[in-house]
Design a protein around this ligand. Structure first.
Ligand SMILES: C[S@@+](CC[C@H](N)C(=O)[O-])C[C@H]1O[C@@H](n2cnc3c(N)ncnc32)[C@H](O)[C@@H]1O
Length: 500
């Protein structure tokens, strides 16, 4: 029997006894802004803080060619570092720009109130029960509604409906959205996607109509507020969809056995459980709006980053804080002058772990963004995309050689990585042979418990590695960096060992 390849660290000789303060305990978990919008593979902000504070000084230029959730950008700006960031995924760029240019709390609050005035009652008409209350949740089993709830104060109460009323809620006359495009997907059983999957398969016509109305109204606001409102909409899509599973629990109340059904959540991919919830679409939007408002209100110091319009402006004028661009990093990196960047902190797609664009397609279709599938760095199970291990390694090699070119001497490349198969590690394994990088060491990064749904397949690694490389560095420089990091739990000067 062939064993799945595993990479593990041999910490026996390298473990230190005094953990670094940030890693003394598990990261606190995503709160406030970091928990507002789902993004797969989101790293804990403590991980960025540690690297930014230990490897750079105020004014240093940090680059991340794979922004993802974009949280890194805010961590850099909050510490007065200058920052360049790229990502091919449009929603990643929108999120980054939101964190860097947060709207004013009162202005956003007013915009949400305006939307409420225009839309809440109109949407709730579609959830109106014959007793005059508004349905908050329907529980579906295949094509039948089997339970309905409404709210009394803060309590969810079940209501009995007549067969006729149930039938009218079950009616599924198709609704064709007017304000966003259809999804473009591929056959990929790993994420339950099919080429023919339509946005209308993921939502009831009621929910689809609500999304369309909300999108239409949002288009009337100014760009900054519009961005925040659109991201509130995309962040609420999962809970508005048919992908919210029902959790059945058996328990006892006052000695009597009871069956409880709890509302689950949309997790990952396009799986529509036969037994699923349909949640009132306005409520989903409003919950997320309140979450963002609270997060903005809780931020003490709101630092608005000054963006550069072009890369040449960014390099000419050091009062400009950020340059953010959407596109393929392999191409975008070529526009950066040689020997200009101090530190690259990055977390590329880890082989076949997460097909980001395929998973983000629901968001990008509703927000009206195009997905550049051809340019994505990924190994995908969607055969049609021809995203193979070979093409993945080639592209990542090219990206790493660009990183080598643009870093200054003694500059650092920090890679967060974790792939299940050894073949996906090829570009990293050959880094020292093909570039001016020397390996310095690595540590395993802690996640807050249950914080990230990454990859639950057999043989998946449970943690990410943070690997440090220096460009044209000498021994004393390497020692200096190792000295700074040796107090981190699980720091090792060794490259991850392979066990078969
Ligand atoms: C592992 S995620 C980054 C997660 C991020 N570090 C965080 O904490 O949220 C990798 C990112 O690479 C992006 N990506 C994939 N191919 C790309 C390409 N060719 N150019 C730029 N970004 C790309 C994906 O869209 C995804 O957001």
């Amino acid at each position: 029997m062939t064993k799945i390849l595993q990479l593990e660290l041999d910490f026996n000789t390298q473990c230190s006894s005094t953990p670094h303060p940030y890693f003394h305990e598990s990261p606190k978990g995503y709160k406030g802004l970091s928990s507002f919008h789902k993004y797969w593979g989101k790293k804990p902000i403590e991980a960025w803080k540690l690297l930014i504070e230990n490897l750079t000084e105020p004014g240093s230029i940090i680059l991340d060619p794979f922004l993802g959730s974009g949280l890194i950008s805010k961590e850099c700006i909050d510490r007065n570092r200058r920052f360049i960031g790229f990502d091919i995924n449009p929603i990643s760029i929108e999120l980054t720009n939101l964190y860097l240019q947060l709207p004013n709390y009162l202005v956003l609050k007013k915009a949400v109130a305006q939307l409420e005035k225009r839309l809440k009652d109109k949407i709730n008409q579609m959830y109106l029960l014959s007793n005059g209350s508004i349905a908050t949740h329907f529980l579906w089993d295949k094509n039948k509604i089997i339970k309905v709830w409404t709210k009394k104060g803060r309590k969810r109460i079940e209501v009995d409906l007549t067969v006729t009323e149930i039938n009218s809620f079950q009616e599924m006359n198709g609704y064709i959205p007017q304000h966003f495009r259809e999804m473009r997907l591929f056959d990929n059983s790993r994420i339950n996607a099919q080429k023919t999957l339509s946005i209308a398969d993921l939502f009831t016509p009621r929910a689809l109509q609500s999304i369309d109305w909300i999108k239409q109204e949002i288009e009337l606001f100014d760009r900054d507020i519009q961005r925040a409102l659109l991201l509130i909409l995309s962040s609420s899509l999962g809970q508005m969809s048919k992908m919210v599973f029902a959790v059945s629990k058996r328990g006892k109340t006052k000695g009597k056995p009871v069956d409880k059904i709890e509302v689950g959540s949309w997790v990952i991919g396009y799986w529509k459980p036969e037994k699923h919830f349909e949640i009132n679409a306005w409520n989903c939007f409003e919950n997320k709006a309140q979450k963002l408002l609270k997060a903005i209100q809780d931020i003490n110091l709101q630092q608005k980053a000054i963006p550069a319009k072009s890369l040449s402006d960014f390099f000419k004028d050091d009062s400009l804080d950020i340059y953010i661009s959407k596109g393929d990093s392999e191409t975008l990196l070529q526009n950066i002058p040689s020997n200009t960047i101090k530190v690259i902190l990055t977390d590329p797609p880890h082989g076949d772990r997460i097909p980001y664009l395929e998973l983000s397609e629901m968001w990008n279709s509703v927000l009206g963004f195009d997905s550049d599938y051809a340019g994505e760095l990924v190994v995908s199970n969607a055969k049609e995309r021809q995203k193979t291990v070979k093409s993945y390694n080639q592209k990542l090699n090219n990206i790493f050689s660009e990183c080598d070119r643009i870093l200054v001497d003694n500059g650092l490349l920090v890679i967060m990585f974790n792939a299940r198969s050894q073949s996906h590690w090829q570009s990293i394994e050959r880094l020292e042979k093909t570039t001016n990088f020397t390996y310095i060491g690595c540590y395993s990064m802690k996640y807050s418990s249950g914080s990230v749904v990454q990859d639950n397949r057999k043989g998946s690694l449970k943690t990410d590695f943070v690997l440090l490389y220096g460009k044209n560095v000498n021994d004393s420089f390497i020692e200096k960096i190792r000295d700074k990091f040796k107090t981190i739990t699980n720091w090792s000067n060794l490259y991850p060992q392979k066990f078969f």
